[in-house]
Design a protein around this ligand. Structure first.
Ligand SMILES: Nc1ncnc2c1ncn2[C@@H]1O[C@H](COP(=O)(O)OP(=O)(O)OP(=O)(O)O)[C@@H](O)[C@H]1O
Length: 587
């Protein structure tokens, strides 16, 4: 198992034993459904065994007897063949239905577990692993694992039962013919063993390559503007081409495995058939078996190609699916969110004590940061790019945990707080405002699931979202997707209304209005000012006028706080802030 780490940015993949346990767990979850499916398939397979035997008997009747007795015997045999074929047809239909019912149930359970596990991942893990990996696991991998349980596993199981029945039927006809059929099938076993030894690793590599390609394509689509702005087309194209080439190589490798397996199986079947024909002919000439018996044995062997083809067709799918299943089940081994504290913080004071933080094991980006923030204080954090402002903001919002030291609110470590408790303490406001495809009410309740309609309308009024209050369907209006689409400013007001509903005592603003056009920035700033009133505000300031208005200013450089004080104190100190202020102010 590969553990998840910020460094490697990978999610674990379950081993074979874990995948087997998960599949077994699925079967046990619907034991009756699985047993009914198997029983119906076995009965259908048994009904299918009658026809070759009856055809053989027909041949012997034609060869050995004449007259009206023979004709009526042949009629009876023909009727019996039709009857057994009909029975097989009906049983197969119900077996398929039972298989689909079992499989759909299992698929739904796998999807639900995937969702639960993904939601249980710590936010920092979700942010550090490649998006494509998580998305591929939740879409094509879940689909493929579900196919294994719904189609591949039952089909292979049933085909194996059919193959065993057919060989047993040949054995019953004549043990020598049965042994001949069996020994010739050894070729298939050898080819399968060769294939299965290689397939798991190769299909896992193929799955990882597909996820990497998906990741590149998703990030290219999401970052289209940045790519355009920085003229990164060529570099992106090269990266995509490399990912495509790698994905193609991994696909060719699994294709090669199949291209060896399939012909080996076909040749083995032909050899088995030729063996039975040859031996059967000799036995018949020696008077040890009837012609009908030989024909029945040959027909059985012809029938064997049905289940064998099914096994071969699905075994490939099973390999692919078990690799997918291993990736889906791997999520269970990712460290889940630790148990959260439900201790109410004693007060609204925030304390950062000797904090060290690293994104990667080899480099700290915060070096012993210590800071006390009083309730109701307006604090600005300034400093050059890469100084660690955003990182400190994420620690203060409980999204990351310090490597050593503590970040606490009212004496309780912020990152330990249960989500419903955390959002009443600290909320990080960024320029990312997601509008969920849901009603306006659903979009607002994210901030407080218990909020009444009245409180929601109050929150919308606070942020001056008149457009929302005027909607014909009110809080029931569907937002997002093809429904009511919000513009940038409206989406930001919605996000701020959520903040007002969550009602935290502290807000952390990271570039809250930085990327807006001036017209909407003014509207948003008014809404923001209304939401900020009466709260502690920690602003990661990119414009010095924000800092000027703050009660205190933190100046960061290279992951440390190098200056701390009011605007006037820092200007008087004539340090870095004073220099920045002078150059910004044009003094
Ligand atoms: N996800 C990440 N993985 C690895 N390193 C990171 C990550 N995010 C930031 N860093 C590094 O951490 C350091 C601090 O970055 P941070 O974004 O906190 O600085 P900042 O002061 O907010 O910069 P800016 O003003 O450009 O946003 C930088 O060296 C940056 O390269």
């Amino acid at each position: 198992m590969t553990p998840v780490s910020k460094d490697a940015a990978t999610l674990p993949v379950a081993d074979r034993a874990a995948v087997r346990r998960a599949a077994w767990h699925e079967i046990r979850a619907d034991r009756t459904g699985f047993a009914v499916m198997l029983l119906l398939n076995a009965l259908a397979a048994a009904a299918g065994l009658a026809a070759p035997r009856l055809l053989g008997a027909m041949v012997d009747t034609v060869k050995e007897s004449t007259g009206p007795g023979a004709v009526s015997r042949i009629d009876e045999l023909a009727l019996a063949i039709v009857a057994f074929t009909l029975i097989q047809l009906v049983l197969t239909r119900f077996a398929l239905y039972a298989g689909a019912r079992f499989g759909e149930g299992a698929a739904a359970r796998i999807r639900e577990r995937y969702l639960d596990r993904t939601l249980a991942l710590p936010a920092s893990t979700v942010e550090h692993v490649p998006t494509g990996d998580l998305v591929t696991r939740g879409t094509s991998d879940v689909g493929s694992a579900a196919t294994a349980l719904r189609d591949a596993a039952p089909e292979v199981l049933v085909a194996t039962v059919q193959a065993v029945f057919i060989i047993a039927a040949v054995m019953v006809l004549h043990p020598l013919l049965g042994v001949c059929a069996l020994t010739s099938l050894i070729g298939i076993a050898v080819a399968l063993r060769w294939y299965l030894r290689r397939a798991r690793t190769d299909y896992l590599t193929e799955g990882a390559a597909t996820a990497a390609l998906a990741d590149i394509l998703t990030t290219t689509a999401h970052g289209a503007r940045t790519i355009e702005a920085f003229g990164l087309h060529e570099r992106r194209r090269t990266q995509t081409d490399t990912a495509i080439a790698h994905s193609r190589r991994t696909r060719l490798r699994t294709l090669w495995l199949r291209s060896v397996l399939m012909p080996s199986v076909d040749v083995s079947q032909v050899v088995a058939l030729a063996g039975v024909l040859f031996l059967g002919g000799m036995l018949e000439r020696a008077g040890l078996v009837s012609l009908g018996t030989v024909i029945a044995a040959v027909l059985y062997l012809r029938q064997l190609s049905g289940p064998l083809d099914t096994i071969m067709m699905w075994i490939e799918q099973l390999q692919q699916s078990s690799a997918s299943y291993a990736r889906v089940e791997g999520l269970a081994q990712a460290p889940s969110d630790k148990p959260r504290s439900t201790t109410e913080p004693a007060d609204d004071r925030i304390e950062v004590a000797d904090c060290h933080f690293a994104y990667t094991d080899d480099r700290d980006v915060l070096h012993g940061v210590t800071l006390d923030i009083a309730a109701g204080e307006k604090l600005a954090i300034v400093g050059p790019s890469g100084a660690g402002k955003t990182t400190l903001g994420r620690l203060l919002a409980g999204l990351e945990e310090p490597r050593s030291g503590t970040v606490s609110v009212g004496g309780v470590p912020i990152a330990d707080l249960a989500p419903e408790l955390l959002r009443r303490q600290v909320v990080l406001v960024t320029q990312e405002h997601h509008v969920f495809q849901d009603t306006l009410r659903g979009n607002l309740r994210i901030a407080d699931p218990t909020a009444t309609d009245e409180r929601m309308r109050d929150a919308l009024t606070t942020v001056d979202a008149r457009w929302a209050l005027d909607l014909p369907d009110g809080l029931d209006t569907e937002l997002g997707g093809a429904a009511h689409t919000l513009n940038g400013a409206q989406a930001q007001q919605l996000a701020l209304a959520r903040v007002a509903l969550a009602d935290p005592h502290t807000l952390i603003l990271d570039e809250a209005t930085a990327l807006l056009d001036p017209a909407s920035a003014r509207a948003t700033e008014r809404a923001l000012a209304a939401v900020l009133a009466g709260r502690t505000v920690i602003a990661i300031a990119h414009r010095l006028h924000t800092a000027h208005d703050a009660d205190r200013i933190v100046v960061m450089a290279d992951g440390s706080i190098i200056e701390l004080g009011t605007h006037d104190e820092l200007v008087a100190e004539a340090g870095i802030y004073a220099g920045l202020w002078r150059s910004w102010h044009g003094d």
